[in-house]
Design a protein around this ligand. Structure first.
Ligand SMILES: *Cc1c(COP(=O)(O)O)cnc(C)c1O
Length: 337
């Protein structure tokens, strides 16, 4: 079985299991878990921010961030592909009573001009008050695309001009940082809050850290509690995250290399209509005949994701070995040429 649906299908490595077994733990609801505290401190320092908090999932961390930035009735701005809008169960409205203004970006990325045009005039009381912009980096439904700092700077300037918060859904931020050779602190400077997932390319069973400015983060632990995310001896999972920071960050480059190679092979196949640019570990592509393609994959015990509207998705990850990669490329060439 070659599972390319997502980078979330990985299982802990022996080294990570060892780190979990040896973790020092305590009751994190009392903030007495040394491993969770160490992870939060390490992430805050890495991004040059004053505060960080561990969450069980990326969705909960994003939802908490949105809650921290907004009041009911307000509106946030995001791309039409945004995870916070599409894949968090309607949590923006359920948890925060907030609506989303969707922008028609490119590969899930939006521009400062689009953001500025989408802001409702604050004195026009008929419209919801715009208070937050959410970016995603890398983009998921957008195909693993990365923002450059110039674009982020322009968006930040618009947020400052209009008094809007700026949140980064960085579920795969480490992929972007490795692919673009960026310094995490440069993200810390530009965003008010940032989520980073460990359960994606970094290969832990669970875990996301929300990093942010002190004034916002002061209330984060209460919001996490309200969402049911206060956890006890969570240090076992924090230890897995610390292990991932030491051992699974640089290797993301291997996932990116494999994804690029998959993209190139797909591009060369007559059955494949279009392959989105491959920047990190996600390959989004369109085929002539989806059911023939998916049947061929099924026959070879390969699973990919169907993203709807003719888009298919492959994601490379820690458990996608070199041997699997050669086999997958071979099957693509043989069955689809
Ligand atoms: C996976 C993901 C999340 C968080 O998902 P969870 O499954 O709740 O951990 C958030 N944003 C993006 C872009 C993602 O890909």
């Amino acid at each position: 079985m070659i599972d390319l649906r997502s980078d979330t299908v990985t299982k802990p490595t022996p080294g990570m299991l060892q780190a979990i077994m040896q973790a020092e733990v305590g009751d994190d609801v009392y903030k007495e878990d040394p491993s969770a505290n160490a992870l939060e401190q390490r992430m805050a320092e890495m991004f040059g921010k004053p505060s960080a908090l561990f969450f069980p999932t990326g969705s909960m961390a994003n939802q908490a961030a949105i809650k921290l930035h907004t009041q009911p009735g307000e509106q946030l701005i995001c791309d039409k592909y945004a995870h916070v809008y599409n894949y968090e169960g309607g949590g923006v409205s359920f948890n925060s009573g907030v609506s989303c203004k969707l922008l028609d970006g490119t590969h899930g990325k939006i521009t400062a001009a689009q953001v500025e045009a989408a802001i409702n005039p604050p004195d026009f009381y008929h419209s919801p008050l715009t208070t937050l912009v959410c970016l995603e980096n890398t983009t998921n439904k957008g195909g693993g695309a990365c923002y450059d700092f110039d674009t982020i700077d322009e968006i930040r300037a618009i947020c400052d001009k209009h008094g809007l918060g700026l949140h980064l859904d960085g579920a795969r931020l480490m992929n972007a940082i490795v692919a673009m050779g960026q310094d995490p602190k440069e993200f810390g400077k530009r965003f008010d809050t940032i989520t980073v997932c460990f359960s994606k390319g970094l290969g832990t069973p669970i875990g996301t850290v929300l990093i942010g400015n002190q004034d916002l983060m002061d209330n984060a632990i209460r919001v996490r509690k309200v969402l049911g995310g206060g956890m006890r001896q969570i240090g076992y999972m924090a230890a897995a995250c610390l292990y991932a920071l030491d051992h699974h960050v640089e290797r993301l480059a291997e996932d990116h290399k494999k994804a690029k190679e998959i993209g190139e092979v797909l591009q060369s196949l007559p059955q494949v209509k279009k392959v989105a640019p491959v920047e990190t570990n996600i390959v989004i592509f369109h085929v002539e005949d989806e059911s023939t393609f998916l049947k061929a994959m099924d026959d070879h015990n390969i699973i990919v994701s169907n993203m709807g509207q003719g888009a298919l998705r492959v994601v490379t990850h820690l458990d996608y070995t070199g041997a699997m990669h050669q086999e997958f490329l071979e099957i693509l060439r043989k069955t689809l040429s």
